[in-house]
Design a protein around this ligand. Sequence first.
Ligand SMILES: *Cc1c(COP(=O)(O)O)cnc(C)c1O
Length: 407
Amino acid sequence: MCDGVTMHLANSTFDPEAAFAAIERVVGATRTHSGRPVQLHEPLFEGKERDYVIDAIDSTFVSSVGEYVNRFEREIAAICDVEHAVVTVNGTAALHMCLFLVGVKPGDEVLVPALTFIATANAVAYCGAVPHFCDVTERTLGLAPEKLEAHLDRVAERVGGECRNRLTGRRIAAVMPMHTFGHPVELDELREICDRWGLPLVEDAAEGLGSRYKGRHVGGFGRVGGLSFNGNKIVTTGGGGAILTNDPDLARRAKHLTTTAKRAHAWEFNHDELAWNYRMPNLNAALGCAQLEQLPTFLAAKRRLADAYVEAFEAVPGARVFRDQPFAESNHWLVAMLLDEPGVPVRDAFLRLGHDRGVSLRPAWAAMHRQPMYLDCPRDDLSVTEDLEARIINLPSSVFIARDHDA
Ligand SMILES: *Cc1c(COP(=O)(O)O)cnc(C)c1O
């Protein structure tokens, strides 16, 4: 009961009124301005969004070919410290392609965290493969390297250059960690484990645009990684995603697979394999180009917002705001409050209180091994996932809250 992780149990009981007052101190100005309920995360379009979207319409290039698509890909690659970005219709499609590109096949297993958005597991299932759920750590809210390593030692073996699950007989084909709410996972440790087992590392960096691990942007640490630009993410294209890689052959193949594998020709329709229509339209990329111009401002505002919440929660008994590890520089996409003690009734009563008073609060996702389609999937002990599931509450994190708060 006295190590760092369990120390929080010694704190006093959660005080919902004190916690709500702390949130009000941060979001109060936004409430006064808008008179509307405070949403969890709203997009902000105060740059050149209208100009660029109208320009795309005027050009008639609204679909999957156009200058904004090319420009958006160049800019995303530069921001993410990778050589190539291939943009897609959404983040789930990007993750599906990432797994396909590293050779995940029907009947394989892919190791993923149990605490994640459903898209991580669905991307595995779209390959005909089986998600194999691993536990997370309270240090990062993402995949726990030490538990992953112990689990592999227990259930896996290397046979003829492949990693096999001895219990199911299936090939384990990849490891896909996720940067929860923008907080980077322990990438060095995970990469070392992947190398030891000959497994490709595929980052689900959907929530991580602008996040850095030891100074370097997330998403490019494995062979390939995926981003999302959904409407609730830090930067949006309406719907959209990106495949990130440093491998030129893989980038070429990503583009081919997301454009129906059509061989370049002036008029013939020849497709050399079964592929997808997953390319991001130019109209969406135009919106994205305008959003990227504001990313540095968004990141600075989000850091101030996270700091304001940390400070406001200092005097709140029974809860605290999650903070970065020293190696991490989060984009603070969603600020998370952690109850000291797990308790679904306490959590849900607080969610209800926020709802009734016009402030959107949200629990973490229901863990993957509880979803009906994934009940029978292989898994490690998931005690930290289950503990965190009953303790995490996301707080309103829109960029403009920080600005209203500062004003
Ligand atoms: C948003 C998100 C995705 C991708 O979602 P899309 O809505 O398809 O863009 C994937 N994984 C995680 C963890 C996400 O949060």
